[in-house]
Design a protein around this ligand. Structure first.
Ligand SMILES: C[C@@H](O)[C@H](N)C(=O)O
Ligand SMILES: C[C@@H](O)[C@H](N)C(=O)O
Lengths: 170, 170
């Protein structure tokens, strides 16, 4: 069995946007991401959780996503201009984030890989702000000033030697 | 440039759990996923959005995740037993879901790929309940009874011929 985790990556070059209270009906996500695509904004992580909230009698959900820090302002302006049209609430931006990820095949089938990553962050008092996963990657968003510490903690927790790829984009 | 999307996958074998009002401090995610790992529950998607809520003066966040449908009850019981210890709120389970995903390399750099997937769902009046992405995969959770329709709509939207892999696990 190859080790489940092949490497750790850190991206300190992202900003997170969140759109609150999007009416929860078909088509809303399509309009939002089409709007961003038309502005040539590449979106990295998109996270929409299952939680709904009723606002003025309408069921709504939040969508959060990360972009390259240089695109944050373009994305924010485009969304603010469309907020009334979309019928959604507040648009928030946070550039003080870092994304730290572990990559490897077969992680999902080995319960405990995610727990080990999260425990490495916990032992270093690093709070997890967002989580998104796929079969071969687990990403966490942490405070920007804890990015390097998060990378080192996870690297040590999985016993990765110098050989594994560490990607840091600053 | 290879087409950004190589294939579409549908998994109708999952259940979604959500844990509400988890105290937002380091270590909570580690405890939750260690608990599930100890029960040999493999977790597929994990989604924690940035949204915080203040409950009884404590900042909290929700975490949602999907598991194989056969593991849902084990996961729910383990979490309910630990809820007081963890200091979190309600645990909800929904087995009436399907996960539909597009896979391909270089999707993130092509801004309109996500918009196209979401538009295909919108045109078929399919509501998106959750979204999680990575560089090579965009997954959406939809109602279980719309899973096959979602797969077909996305397949058509990306002009995938019979040659591309469609993975359906039922
Ligand atoms: C909130 C948003 O995702 C909506 N449910 C949609 O399908 O577009
Ligand atoms: C909510 C949970 O993710 C918490 N922030 C932690 O770091 O564990």
């Amino acid at each position: 069995m190859p080790p489940p985790v092949r490497g750790v990556a850190l991206d300190q070059n992202q900003a997170r946007l969140a759109i609150r209270h999007i009416p929860d009906r078909p088509g809303m996500a399509a309009r939002i991401f089409r709007l961003l695509a038309d502005q040539k904004v590449s979106v990295d992580m998109i996270i929409q959780s299952q939680r709904c909230r009723i606002v003025d009698g309408v069921t709504t959900r939040d969508i959060a996503f990360t972009v390259a820090a240089i695109d944050a302002e373009t994305a924010r302006t485009a969304l603010i201009n469309a907020a009334t049209d979309l019928g959604c609430g507040e648009i928030t931006v946070d550039a003080e984030i870092a994304k730290v990820s572990i990559v490897g095949s077969g992680m999902v089938n080995q319960p405990g890989v995610a727990a080990r990553m999260f425990a490495a962050l916990a032992q270093n008092q690093i709070n997890i702000q967002m989580i998104a996963t796929s079969e071969i990657k687990i990403s966490s968003v942490v405070a920007k000033d804890q990015g390097v510490q998060a990378l080192q903690a996870i690297h040590a927790a999985f016993g990765l030697s110098g050989a594994e790829k560490i990607q840091v984009s600053t």
